[in-house]
Design a protein around this ligand. Sequence first.
Ligand SMILES: O=C(CO)[C@@H](O)[C@H](O)COP(=O)(O)O
Ligand SMILES: [Fe+2]
Length: 222
Amino acid sequence: MSPVLISPSILSADFANLERELGAIATADWAHVDVMDNHFVPNLTLGLPIVESLVRVSPIPIDCHLMIEDPDRWAPGYAEAGARSVTFHIEAVADAVATARAIRAAGARAAFAVKPETPFAPYEDLLPEVDMVLVMTVEPGFGGQSFMADQMPKVSQVRDAVRRFGGEVWVQVDGGVSASTIEQCADAGADVFVAGSAVYGAESASAAIEQLRALATAHTHR
Ligand SMILES: O=C(CO)[C@@H](O)[C@H](O)COP(=O)(O)O
Ligand SMILES: [Fe+2]
């Protein structure tokens, strides 16, 4: 297995042709699906019925990023629908341990995400309960925003905490990740990279995926 995972975000894809758009990223590791409810974030995308359909036609596993209120209630359903990984926001969840356990019990990898202004340190004790931590490198809600380099110390902090913990917890970055920003993410300790506009905005999605993979692999510490 490659030491890094590339997870293109279909938020930048053509929503009228999602099966074809998933086919275009078949050489990636995961397909990142941004679920937004217009409450936790000021944008509305798609929900469970569409994720169920995407799981059926996707050539690669689905990586669900839930930007929704009350993930305690909804997140396990995305795991039951067949998503490989389900990420809820720590700012939205009431019981992170119970939600992560319910996601894992339904057969998916569990993860929590932190917004740019949310510190990681108060949640370090959750590491045994999850398979990944997502450090947002933009304010959640929209694709195509500028990368926030000031989040790199937080990525390093998560990586250091994972080393101390000693288990295998992946560190994901999401927002503004491109050929010009991915190396600093890998240097800081990220190993799962979400990229929307950098992949779907490229002339060739597969060439963009390979370029991102090569750059990240050259800078990873995993
Ligand atoms: O979760 C989000 C936005 O909230 C992301 O997954 C974006 O979809 C990434 O898009 P780019 O910043 O890579 O264009
Ligand atoms: Fe996302």
